[in-house]
Design a protein around this ligand. Structure first.
Ligand code: TYD
Ligand code: MG
Length: 452
């Protein structure tokens, strides 16, 4: 028998080394290089899709309409691109305790209630613990099987015997295949196990969810190729101490990656949040200085959120900057623009910026709202509580047009806001909106004049 060759790969970026090293020179991280046994190439003729076939004309290939099964959870279906595809392999990543197992258990329960056969493989919690959680979410499906198992060979056997319609592996990092000698969760194991699960899913047309752990940087633990192998990669995200959760697709072979699902963690499982804007504005400090409602975007949905700023005189020489939910560099930039272009001396103060509800605002369209919040707190003058603000700000103090202006305005209208401050350049596409006063601005000073 030929001697198995050994190589070393970086768990995070996949860079290959001939020798082990403590630090990966490609991604500049420590302790991420692991031994990886080279896999023997598959026999000629065997492919992931079955027997090898000669090329055929694309137009003769049978219909590409994929059938989809609803998971029963609208927000999950939306992110999946309309529902689960038979044979689709979906990887769900997220921080520990964020609610991955809960979400999948709820999906299993609903699938089972509608008559589907479900197999839940748990490698982390005992069946008893899972049952307690199942009771907590009010689970009632009676065609749901559970097994605490981590050996791939036995899982394959269970799947063969049971022939489930839906399979959940919680988590893929705990499963091992005896074909590979390294420990569960290692690069070689993950590759081998995922390849086998893909074979199972595709060969038997079983929709499969894999739970994946994430590294402390928030990426899925394991080689990047794990993400390449599966059909769909979803992340469940949220801030510690907040109940709001966002489910996001970062890769989807069966749909777009623009959709997000919104959930709230309640005492009996994850609840869909059908109107995220109303959710985020529920506890708004309307009428207090430093609070502004920004019209932002999450995926393809407009989202109104409350941005808060607190500007207070500093006790030390240089003012402190603390930004939660927004990029700190962006805040520094906007403070500089406020000083230089609007003459507001914020720089010598301590500045705190926060997005209410534990959301992250990444898009530049939140700039104008941030500036409004900073100015409001600095001047200690509250904004009109019925005003929504959006627009990007350039270094010259100009207010730039943003995408999706019409849907932002529509969302604000729907929630009863009466005045919108927006980029002048967006006025044309928005048109007149009944019951709402639209104020187009093209510079930061114009915006501040309109606001105060
Ligand atoms: P879990 O689904 O175990 O997270 P993950 O699988 O991503 O690690 O979520 C566990 C957390 O959610 C735990 O802190 C308890 C909380 N939780 C609720 O608040 N309500 C519920 O109904 C359930 C089942 C869990
Ligand atoms: Mg879990």
């Amino acid at each position: 028998m030929a001697k198995k060759k050994t190589r070393y790969v970086c768990r995070d970026c996949g860079h290959v080394y001939a020798k082990w090293a403590g630090r990966c020179t490609a991604c500049d991280q420590w302790g991420c290089i692991e031994e990886d046994l080279e896999v023997t190439p598959p026999k000629v003729g065997a492919t992931t899709f079955g027997v090898a076939e000669p090329p055929k004309l694309l137009k003769d290939v049978e219909g590409a309409d994929v059938s989809r099964n609803s998971t029963g959870i609208g927000e999950l279906d939306r992110v999946l691109g309309g529902g689960l595809v038979p044979g689709g392999l979906v990887l769900v990543g997220g921080d520990p305790g964020i609610g991955k197992s809960t979400l999948l258990l709820q999906a299993c329960d609903l699938a089972s209630r509608s008559g589907a056969k479900v197999l839940y493989v748990t490698g982390e919690e005992s069946p008893r613990q899972t049952k307690m959680r199942f009771d907590r979410i009010g689970g009632a499906g009676d065609t749901m099987w559970i097994v605490a198992e981590t050996a791939m060979a036995r899982i394959e056997k269970f799947v063969d015997d049971l022939k489930p319609d839906l399979l959940v592996i919680d988590s893929v990092q705990t499963i091992y295949s005896t074909d590979v000698e390294s420990a569960p969760g290692s690069v070689s194991q993950l590759r081998a196990v995922t390849a086998k699960l893909m074979g199972l899913a595709k060969g038997r047309e079983i929709a499969t969810f894999l739970v994946g752990h994430v590294t402390k940087e928030g990426a899925l633990a394991g080689p990047r190729m794990l993400e390449h192998m599966v059909d769909t990669v979803l992340y469940l995200q949220g801030q510690r101490g907040h109940s709001f959760r966002i489910l996001r697709a970062v890769k989807n072979r069966f749909g777009s990656t623009d959709e997000i699902g919104a959930f709230e963690m309640a005492s009996d499982g994850l609840k869909e949040v059908l109107n995220p804007s109303a959710f985020f504005l529920a506890e708004r400090a309307a009428g207090s200085s430093g609070s502004v409602v920004a019209a932002s975007f999450e995926g393809t949905r407009p989202l109104l959120v409350e941005l808060q700023a607190l500007v207070s005189p500093t006790n030390y020489g240089n003012g402190r900057r603390t930004a939660i939910g927004v990029d700190g560099n962006r805040v520094a930039l906007l403070i500089a623009v406020l000083e230089k272009k609007a003459g507001l001396d914020v720089g010598a103060s301590d500045v705190f910026v926060n997005v209410a509800g534990g959301l992250r605002l990444e898009e530049p369209a939140a700039d104008l709202a941030m500036v409004a919040a900073l100015a409001s707190s600095h001047l200690d003058r509250a904004l009109d509580a019925n005003t929504v603000v959006f627009g990007e700000i350039g270094l010259g103090g100009e207010v730039r047009a943003v995408v999706g202006a019409a849907s932002r305005v529509a969302e604000a209208r729907q929630l009863g806001f009466q005045q919108i401050i927006l980029p002048e350049g967006n006025l044309g596409e928005v048109g007149p909106a009944e019951g709402v006063k639209l104020l187009g601005v093209s510079t930061i000073t114009q915006a501040l004049d309109a606001l105060f």
